[in-house]
Ligand binder design. Structure first.
Ligand SMILES: *Cc1c(COP(=O)(O)O)cnc(C)c1O
Length: 230
């Protein structure tokens, strides 16, 4: 995010997102240095995303491969230094499309997907940073590697598959206080020597930064409420 002001200043939606992002940048700079804001643009149109790119922001997140494939190839051509992060569940049969389109994947949650990603990255000679999603709340319906299996899973991905496991990601259970989950993720990341920590969303990013978040994932705080529930 640069200090560049958006071109039109009518107070309409297209200027609101860059302004909100700029304010968040200033606020979090007081908490910590070097926190990356992933602008989560899922459900938002290219028209809503463009002003944020024009204002200088370059890190974006999407949670669905198909939706990202419809929106991002043209935007990336215009802004080639954009870093696109996949933050949602990935099916193995979409690994090829994901490797071609994204720069970082936050949602590696099983060995079958790890193998599919490793094969695709070799085939395409594109070597993405990968974060492992950890099910810190051990929720039955939520994907992610259990805390107990994290060190072993990361080791297998690195040693046997050659994946660049750069960090860990979590989505704390909605009803829980988030702090203990962030603390657990921080501890696991140290044990794995995987320093990127993707944690904290619009409602709890300041707490996540206290526990060392390197990447916070902000949707509504930047783009406003989503009309489509995902
Ligand atoms: C949608 C989403 C976010 C952003 O959520 P907000 O509450 O709108 O900031 C962050 N992480 C993941 C995995 C998401 O799916």
């Amino acid at each position: 995010m640069t200090e560049t002001q958006p071109q039109d200043n009518q107070g309409n939606d297209s200027t609101a997102a860059p302004d909100r992002l700029l304010k968040i940048c200033h606020d979090i700079a007081a908490l910590s240095e070097g926190v990356n804001i992933i602008a989560v643009s899922k459900t938002f149109s290219v028209d809503a995303i463009a002003p944020v790119l024009a204002a200088g922001h370059r890190i974006f997140g999407e949670n669905r491969v198909q939706e990202a494939a419809e929106k991002w190839p043209d935007l990336k051509e215009t802004y080639p230094d954009t870093e696109l992060h996949l933050i949602g569940a990935l099916q193995s049969n979409k690994a090829a499309q994901a490797v071609a389109l994204f720069d970082v994947i936050h949602s590696l949650d099983r060995i079958k997907l790890a193998r599919a990603l490793a094969d695709e990255m070799k085939r395409q000679d594109r070597h993405l940073k990968i974060l492992v999603q950890i099910n810190t709340g051990k929720e039955g319906q939520k994907s992610g590697i259990s805390p107990e299996e994290t060190v072993e899973f990361v080791r297998t991905c690195r040693d046997e598959l050659g994946l660049n496991i750069a960090g860990l990601m979590c989505l704390p259970p909605q009803q829980d206080v988030a702090g203990p989950h962030f603390a657990l993720l921080q501890k696991l990341s140290q044990q794995c020597d995987a320093p990127l920590l993707s944690m904290g969303m619009s409602g709890d990013y300041e707490e996540a930064i206290k526990f060392g978040a390197t990447h916070i994932r902000l949707g509504t705080a930047i783009f406003g409420p989503r009309t489509q529930k995902l």
